[in-house]
Design a protein around this ligand. Structure first.
Ligand SMILES: [Zn+2]
Length: 146
């Protein structure tokens, strides 16, 4: 009995150490650990509502209308973004996981600098071309328009 409580204590210490370790690591903006908020999804009938869509777009540093257009294209559906509520309504039934996946792809392709990993970037439209311009390292990456 004593033995098992020792093990438990050690495990707790280990957890405590891990927690401390994570606390000490500063969040690196631009790394793959950059946290996009979990989409808050409600499904009503054949529609899917992302309640915190504006917050997500702000984190992605992109116009909500642009992110909305991306999701609509990828999901091959129509939708409407309401600037007052900050919600996006999609005319399709889709799970939170799938939305998260597409948001991550969006982040990788249209937000994060592929050269230095910074998220201090902007999307420039030059005629038919779209270019991801990095404010941190100056790299320019042509991206697929949508
Ligand atoms: Zn860069």
């Amino acid at each position: 009995m004593e033995g098992s409580s020792d093990v438990k204590k050690k495990l707790l210490d280990y957890e405590w150490l891990l927690n401390r370790l994570y606390e000490k690591v500063p969040p690196r903006s631009g790394s793959t650990e950059y946290k996009i908020p979990e989409p808050q999804v409600i499904r009503i009938g054949s529609q899917t509502i992302i309640r915190n869509f504006r917050e997500i777009a702000e984190k992605l540093k992109r116009d909500p209308q642009l992110v909305a257009r991306y999701l609509q294209k990828e999901l091959a559906t129509a939708g409407s973004y309401d600037p007052n509520s900050g919600q996006l309504v999609l005319n399709v039934k889709v799970s939170r996981r799938v939305i998260s996946q597409f948001l991550n792809i969006f982040f990788k392709n249209y937000v994060r600098c592929p050269t230095c990993g910074s998220i201090d970037t902007r999307l420039e439209k030059r005629g038919k071309m779209w270019v991801l311009v990095c404010e941190a390292c100056g790299a320019e990456q042509p991206v697929k328009p949508f």
